[in-house]
Design a protein around this ligand. Structure first.
Ligand code: PLP
Length: 404
């Protein structure tokens, strides 16, 4: 008898760890050294979590053996509440804060708690694909709105407007954006809020890269812009605090919570059902939010992340047939490839070919729900020496590549 996966998974896709990764692992088993640039995992590239956080988790370990309150330990939620006050997100109480095993778990809870079969949720295109996967798994329909490469990858407001209908329940905003690195100006955020206000929609604002900003980029928390719309903000320790493996994230409800009491009851049920998130990691949150955590040094001129971004960007755009909007935030580049020049009709095949020839693992643009086979995503987390090697290999790959 064949044991089959649930039909619920038929349209669920998460290609960042998809079939090409399997091939990369197979090559590794054969003894090849593969440079994996497919996930935003700072720790494995030598970006250590701040000492203070690690020490506090170790020191508190003995007090972290039991379950915590479902929403999380009070001290951590209080620290998130204070962070809201600093950021101008008003009216947030510790009760409005849920801790999770990373933002990932909270995205899933937020979608499971909201969507009935056929309900629609507006998600950027390209997106961080967990948003699409989670809403589809919850029975909803992911409707993608266009982000425009020609306008620094900003969301196309007319496209959002045209896709709102009576089934639409919410709008997802990822800012700073993964995969594009775009950081949105206030006017765009305010216009999205205005649409939510007009149509009674919830805003889901994924701000996990809020502190990873380059040049003159300024991050504006959505929750600071309105108190009459329900805004659900997501953040955590994985990126700004380089502690992805600890699995610590938080979700904040702000704005018009009154209209959402039934939805909030749903969130509470789901939060209770998973008992609680990883308690030792919760005990790093207060320290993370309270102290000096060095991320500013990494993104300031001369800082490691900033230097790597600048270095690789120049290399990348000097390759004939490749162009890229320079990222203003986050850890990724989302370059465009000239499909005519390279005869590309299948971007997964392109990523396979790059893997086989250069021993570098990237992710195809369609893995981010981008419809054309003309982009790929890579992290610029490795040290300059490794990035230089990747650049040289990609350059020679694209010198001769024609897809067959
Ligand atoms: N949201 C975005 C935009 C991400 O890029 C990621 C991870 O790459 C996540 C959420 C998930 O983060 P976490 O490690 O907190 O689950």
């Amino acid at each position: 008898m064949v044991i089959r996966k649930s039909k619920k998974l038929d349209n669920v896709c998460y290609d960042i760890r998809g079939p090409v990764l399997k091939e990369a692992m197979r090559l590794e088993e054969e003894g090849y050294r593969i440079l994996k640039l497919n996930t935003g995992n700072p720790g494995v590239f030598g970006f250590d979590a701040p000492d203070e956080i690690r020490h506090d988790i170790i020191l508190n370990l003995l007090d972290a053996q039991g379950y915590s309150d479902s929403k999380g330990v009070f001290s951590a939620r209080k620290a998130v509440m204070h962070e809201c006050q600093r950021l101008g997100i008003q009216g947030v109480d510790t009760d409005d804060i849920y801790l999770g095993n990373g933002v990932s778990e909270l995205i899933s809870i937020a979608m499971q708690g909201l969507l009935n079969n056929g309900d629609e949720i507006l998600i950027p295109m390209p997106d961080y694909p967990l948003w699409t996967a989670s809403s589809v798994l919850a029975g909803g329909k992911a409707v993608h709105y266009f982000c425009d490469e020609e306008s620094d990858w900003y969301p196309d407001l007319d496209d959002i407007k045209s896709k709102i209908n009576e089934n639409t329940k919410g709008i997802v905003v990822i800012n700073p954006n993964n995969p594009t690195g775009s950081v949105y100006p206030k006017e765009i955020l305010e216009s999205i809020i205005e649409l939510a206000r007009e149509h009674n929609l919830i805003i889901f604002s994924d701000e996990i890269y809020d502190k990873i900003l380059y040049d003159d980029a300024i991050h504006i928390p959505m929750g600071s812009l309105a108190d009459d719309v329900l805004i659900v903000t997501f953040n955590g320790l994985s990126k700004s605090y380089r502690a992805a493996g600890f699995r610590a994230g938080w979700m904040i409800l702000s704005g018009n919570k009154k209209m959402a009491s039934d939805y909030i009851e749903g969130l509470d049920i789901l939060s209770n059902m998973r008992l609680c998130s990883n308690v030792p990691a919760q005990l790093g949150i207060q320290t993370a939010l309270g102290g000096y955590q060095s991320i500013k040094d990494l993104v300031a001129p001369g800082g490691r992340l900033r230097s790597q971004r600048d270095f690789f960007y120049e290399k990348l755009v000097s390759i004939p047939g490749i162009s890229c909007v320079k990222p203003k935030g986050a850890l990724y580049m989302f370059p465009k490839v000239d499909v005519k020049k390279f005869n590309i009709s299948n971007d997964q095949k392109l990523i396979y070919d790059i893997l086989t020839e250069t021993r570098t693992l990237l992710v195809q643009g369609t893995g981010f729900n981008w419809k054309e086979p003309d982009h790929f995503r890579m992290v610029f987390l490795p040290e300059l020496e490794a990035l230089s090697l990747v650049a040289t290999r990609l350059e020679s790959f694209f010198e001769t590549y024609v897809q067959r």
